[in-house]
Design a protein around this ligand. Structure first.
Ligand code: ATP
Length: 301
């Protein structure tokens, strides 16, 4: 899909779509190895007014093209209702990040369907689809340019974003104070050629970026390790604000996220084997969820 973008939209749009696709933490080389499947700017666009942002996986089977003999999903079904928070838990390597890659159409299922408001996402325009989805990953990708540009990058048309909009998003994301402490403020260059940011600061910039994008659907990959206490609180508060009013799907590593989620889905051996609220799932004496809670360490902050 990415290759076609070169001829349709020119190299810069190819690059920007590629970098947007990278938000979920996949590697560049994985994308470059891929064959085009669907012209980048084709496919349906749903009506903005009636758009709900409900997602559904139905009987999805999937293996990575590089390892077709290793099935990741076998009859995977999961419904993610509009405007609610769904937390995904499961053992390491179970395929949690793969769910996000499939939703962004970095890969397509071998069989089964993934739908958005009842429409197979393969029928939808991939650029439009990604414009409706925001991602915040454990290790957000920041570019070697100014903080303002890094935040504006989330918007559909970054060039049209005003300084006020950027500052407002940064304020809601609890990032404004540390940014303003830099002598160059929002013009501070980050990354290899600029200042080094802490993990918590990077995450708050990624949250500001997502706020500016204002997507109906939010895919979050929670950090597996705790930040220092101050960052922990500021990141969590910013995330809570970002999640408000959206369809949220979280790869959960924190106990508080799991407890607050409208639904927890347990992934094991390629399928969702249990689904429900935290307290309900705990009641199942021999349930996988109980075992996971005993075995796997979730961040308790
Ligand atoms: P973790 O909790 O450790 O992050 P996860 O549940 O998110 O794991 P995934 O990252 O989705 O699991 O990976 C599922 C399986 O697919 C793993 O065995 C992984 O090694 C494999 N895998 C991931 N990406 C690729 C790829 N591009 N090509 C081949 N195999 C892959």
């Amino acid at each position: 899909a990415f290759w076609v973008g070169v001829s349709v939209g020119g190299l810069s749009s190819f690059y920007s779509e590629l970098m947007k696709g990278l938000g979920a933490g996949s590697r560049l080389w994985e994308l470059l190895e891929r064959e085009p499947e669907l012209p980048f700017n084709e496919g349906a666009v749903l009506n903005e007014k009636s758009f709900q942002g409900a997602l559904e996986f139905k009987n999805v089977h999937f293996a990575y093209p590089a390892r077709p003999e290793v099935p990741i999903f076998q009859d995977f079904s999961l419904s993610i209702p509009s405007g609610s928070v769904t937390a995904l838990v499961g053992p390491s390597g179970a395929g949690k990040s793969t769910v996000i890659s499939l939703l962004l159409r970095l890969y397509d299922p071998a069989s089964g369907t993934i739908s958005l408001d009842g429409h197979d996402i393969r029928q939808l325009n991939p650029v439009w689809l990604r414009s409706k989805i925001g991602t915040v990953s454990q290790e957000p990708i920041l570019f070697s340019c100014s903080i303002a540009e890094n935040i504006a990058y989330g918007a559909d048309n970054p060039a049209s974003v005003t300084a006020e909009q950027i500052e407002q998003a940064a304020a809601v994301a609890n990032a404004a104070a540390f940014i303003q402490n830099f002598p160059q403020g929002f013009s501070t260059v980050v990354g290899e050629k600029g200042v080094l940011l802490s993990g918590g600061q990077k995450q708050r910039i990624a949250i500001a970026r997502a706020l500016l994008k204002n997507p109906k659907i939010l895919l979050l990959d929670e950090a597996t390790s705790a930040l220092d206490a101050e960052n922990e609180h500021l990141v969590q508060q910013a995330l809570d604000r970002l999640m408000e009013g959206r369809t949220v799907f979280i790869i959960a590593h924190r106990l508080s996220t799991i407890k607050n989620a409208n639904m927890v889905a347990v992934l094991d051996q390629g399928r969702i084997i249990e689904c429900g609220k935290h307290e309900e799932l705990l009641l199942k004496p021999d349930g996988m969820y109980r075992k996971l809670m005993n075995k796997q360490s979730f961040i308790s902050a």
